[in-house]
Design a protein around this ligand. Structure first.
Ligand code: SF4
Length: 322
């Protein structure tokens, strides 16, 4: 809520300076801004889920069309934008669109906020000019400062937990051997077979000690928890995938569970009302695609893998807190 209070204060300052309210700076133009805090549900980041919650209802995404620009809040035409987009309006207005578009490369113009986390020396939110090489972003002192404790890079989730995870060799270079850049096009190069997506800019770096299976279980657990339950593939599939990943972590999975997991995610992908279903399926597909041997190791030797202990502690915490 501290961000809410900062925003409220900034808006009040704008009213006091005459930039908001009636007859702004004598122009005859009126504009009011209201802040409506949400309850924290992930699905309310989806535009129609957000609109439903704004109307005081459960944040269930709507079937589209109609799109919000035609029928949005209380059935009125509504533009839904995120804060980053709105913030970009200021430099675009000041510099002019053509000048702003000179920042970046190709179709990825302007700047982008990257929220870097995980096993790096300098986690934080970085505003980058699009086009910075991924290698520079991870290893230079200007940005993430390299992998902590001198460890090796194992994998990166480049655009938030919903995008495909890539192993070190594919995040630093494309399958064609070109340097991978922090742009929409470069990160997507190779499609989901060998590429990923810039997505929300949630850049998660994993070192050589990271268990991909445990990490995937954590992501899947999250999506299962956040599913609104309207569509069967998402409601049932996320829970089913979480249960199977439990089996891996408990050392009770069979080799056939790897293919079953892949099959379940493929039945969710593209078959739901909102993108949460896709978001839950893509990490599973990519983890199996690029790290299949780790799943196999959990089948053969799961009970002896040290991460299992941590997994039990997490579960215990959940039981204690519920
Ligand atoms: S995909 Fe999941 S979160 Fe989205 S509407 Fe369907 S059940 Fe709800």
């Amino acid at each position: 809520m501290y961000v809410y209070h900062i925003l409220e204060k900034a808006i009040q300052e704008a009213y006091d300076a005459g930039y908001l309210g009636k007859n702004i700076l004598g122009s005859g133009f009126d504009l009011d801004i209201f802040v409506h805090p949400g309850g924290g549900a992930y699905i309310c980041g989806e535009e129609t889920g957000l609109i439903e919650s704004l109307e005081g209802k459960r944040g269930n995404p709507r079937l589209k069309p109609p799109f919000p620009a035609v029928k949005g809040v209380w059935d009125r035409p509504t533009v839904v934008n995120n804060v980053e987009t709105i913030a970009a309006v200021v430099p675009i207005t000041i510099m002019g669109g053509d000048e702003y578009a000179k920042i970046g490369i190709g179709k990825s113009t302007g700047t982008k906020l990257i929220s870097a986390s995980g096993h790096i020396n300098k986690p934080g939110v970085y505003e980058i000019e699009m086009g910075v090489p991924v290698e520079e972003f991870i290893f230079s002192e200007k940005y993430c400062g390299g992998i902590r404790n001198g460890k090796k890079l194992k994998a990166v989730v480049a655009g938030g937990s919903s995008v495909p995870i890539l192993p070190a060799e594919l995040i630093l270079k494309t399958a064609k051997g070109e340097s991978r850049l922090m742009t929409y096009e470069s990160l997507a190069d190779g499609g989901f077979q060998t590429g990923t997506a810039l997505g929300s800019g949630g850049f998660i770096v994993m070192d050589e000690d990271t268990s991909i299976v445990k990490n995937l279980w954590n992501f899947t657990r999250f999506y299962h928890h956040e599913s609104c339950g309207q569509c069967s593939p998402c409601r049932e599939g996320t829970g089913w995938m979480e249960k199977i990943l439990h089996k891996f972590l408990e050392g009770n999975a069979a080799m056939s569970d790897i293919d079953l997991l892949f099959d379940i995610q493929s039945k969710i992908d593209g078959r739901t009302i909102c993108p949460l279903g896709d978001a839950a399926s893509w990490p599973v597909a990519s983890a199996i695609r690029h790290f299949r041997s780790e799943f196999e190791e959990y089948v053969k030797n799961g009970k002896n893998i040290k991460d299992v202990k941590h997994y039990y502690r997490l579960n215990q915490l959940e039981v204690t807190n519920s």
